[in-house]
Write a protein that binds this ligand. Structure first.
Ligand SMILES: Cc1cc2nc3c(=O)[nH]c(=O)nc-3n(C[C@H](O)[C@H](O)[C@H](O)COP(=O)(O)OP(=O)(O)OC[C@H]3O[C@@H](n4cnc5c(N)ncnc54)[C@H](O)[C@@H]3O)c2cc1C
Length: 490
């Protein structure tokens, strides 16, 4: 008889773990509390609009391809995808803006036009970033379950040791004088959830992901990836259950025996949780928890977000698919997220218009828009505060893009801390899990395998390797491999 693995949640890490475990010969079932699959990457459709609720920057296409190749598929057979050109637009103060091309030679020219001599410096910087990418993402990521510091030590990482002693902020500021160029180069590490000044320079591989590999868009949104993973899971025999809240993890003689789903006890041999780590541990008796409340409270959390999904009944000008509004102070805003958490006075924000690339994501002549403002976790979230920020960002969008948007909105939904907590059991309403700082990297992150309960494992953005869709997919594979090595199949 096949050994039974239960998986909590249906985010990218859970779907990935499920596909691999089923392929390895386990009998796998997913239990998702919500009424649709995909976790933070769910999608909703309304009034002719299709909104991805979470991820929108499809970076590191090689990680997606590698997953599908493991199941003898190509991503291009599963969903249509386009490389965006330009990749994105960045707005600065004084009505200035910069377009980031999909061609690295053109980006170098753009840099050179803004700051003399910066083009060749950028090339050199990207050579190092590419080298780090090859090492970190193509090689090490898949071999580092985070058990020990030894996983980090090899001849290549020793040679790069200096990049762990300095940070992105220092490295970029040391190379470029122009504030616009500095902000553009510091933007990619925001995906890792921490301030550039708190992120080791080694992580400049994100700059290669950005300028070198480019920004891509699946035809029907990021949810195309979720759907394809669900298809593979089903092909492998995974049973997917939605509206299935896991209320409790039942432990006997120090080992997981069953879970209680919507009040009903179900027996299993192994349990993987892709739900937020702190929440998963709250489902077991206190004595079996590895991390205390004070541990979680002391972590550096990735930001939460205030999001607006809006439908606009006209086509907008002067905006691209991805737009960063960096017309206020990067430094002040990041302090308001990390150092002195509070609602930001003058936040940077991001605007996504998928209908610029794929018109069918909005009704004819309309625009599909979502706005994201990064904020600290655990803030006091209310309708009034959300409205205040909606007005603030709309004022800036109208001014900087020189057009009226108010009066053309035919759909609006906001999403913030309370929703993250309620929908995903997210600690403090975090959007992207735990930040990848030096002290929260690799073996210093919460573990994939429980140290206190046998047969209990974890995946996802709070554990190894970290936040973002590609790492979540990798974490599913890492945990599946651990179970494969430990579980006796059949
Ligand atoms: C607004 C936003 C924008 C983002 N943008 C990007 C981007 O552009 N590019 C990128 O790469 N990444 C982005 N990310 C990050 C990325 O979406 C996440 O890192 C990734 O999706 C996390 O996957 P996961 O498997 O770790 O967890 P999740 O997706 O959170 O999945 C966990 C699942 O567990 C379920 N669950 C929780 N508790 C229970 C329970 N008791 N019983 C049953 N089920 C339960 C939840 O409902 C959820 O479905 C973004 C995230 C957000 C929120």
């Amino acid at each position: 008889m096949k050994k039974k693995v239960f998986i909590i949640g249906s985010g990218f890490s859970s779907l990935s773990a499920a596909c691999y475990l089923a392929k390895y010969g386990f009998d796998v079932s997913i239990f998702e509390k919500n009424d649709s699959f995909g976790g933070r990457a769910r999608q909703f459709k309304t009034n002719g609009y299709t909104f991805d609720m979470g991820p929108s920057w499809y970076w590191m296409p090689d990680v997606f391809d590698r997953f599908f190749e493991d199941f003898n598929k190509k991503s291009s057979d599963l969903y249509e995808i386009k490389k965006l050109d330009p990749g994105y637009k960045v707005f600065f103060k004084n009505n200035e803006s910069v377009l980031i091309s999909s061609d690295v030679n053109k980006i170098t020219d753009t840099f050179e036009n803004i700051e003399k001599g910066s083009g060749s410096k950028l090339r050199k910087f990207l050579e190092q970033a590419k080298d780090n990418y090859e090492l970190a993402v193509k090689d090490m990521l898949y071999k580092m379950p985070g058990f020990s510091i030894l996983e980090l030590i090899n001849i290549k990482t020793i040679l790069k040791f200096n990049l762990f002693l300095t940070n992105i902020n220092k490295q970029v500021n040391g190379l470029f004088r122009n504030e616009k160029l500095r902000s553009i180069l510091k933007f990619p590490v925001l995906f890792l959830g921490a301030k550039p000044s708190n992120t080791p320079a080694f992580y400049n591989f994100m700059n290669y992901a950005d300028f070198g590999l480019g920004t891509w868009q699946p035809k029907n949104g990021f949810y195309d990836v979720v759907k394809s993973m669900i298809m593979i899971a089903k092909e492998q025999g995974v049973k997917l259950n939605k509206n299935s809240n896991v209320d409790k993890i039942n432990i006997d003689s120090g080992s997981v025996k069953s879970i209680t789903v919507n009040g009903k006890k179900l027996d299993c041999d192994f349990l993987v949780s892709g739900a937020d780590y702190a929440h998963t541990e709250s489902l077991i008796d206190k004595k079996f928890r590895q991390y205390s409340d004070s541990y979680w409270n002391k972590r550096v959390w990735s930001p939460s977000s205030l999001l607006f999904y809006i439908g606009i009944k006209k086509r907008l000008k002067n905006l691209n698919h991805h737009n960063l509004f960096f017309d206020t102070s990067f430094e002040k805003h990041s302090n308001e997220i990390y150092s002195e958490p509070n609602w930001p006075k003058d936040p940077l924000f991001y605007v996504n218009l998928t209908s610029k690339t794929y018109k069918h994501t909005a009704p004819k002549g309309h625009e599909n828009c979502f706005i994201l403002i990064p904020i600290a976790t655990n803030l006091n979230d209310s309708e009034q505060v959300r409205e205040k920020y909606f007005d603030m960002v709309l004022d800036r969008m109208e001014k900087l893009t020189k057009q009226k948007i108010r009066g053309f909105i035919d759909f609006k939904r906001s999403y913030c801390i309370k929703d993250f907590e309620e929908d995903y059991n997210s600690f403090g309403g975090n959007a992207y899990g735990l930040a990848n700082t030096l002290l929260q990297t690799a073996f210093l992150r919460p573990k994939l395998k429980s140290k206190k309960v046998k047969k209990l494992y974890f995946s996802g953005q709070l554990t190894v390797p970290g936040p973002g869709v590609p790492p979540a997919i990798v974490s599913g594979k890492l945990v599946a491999n651990i179970i494969k090595n430990e579980g006796i199949i059949r």
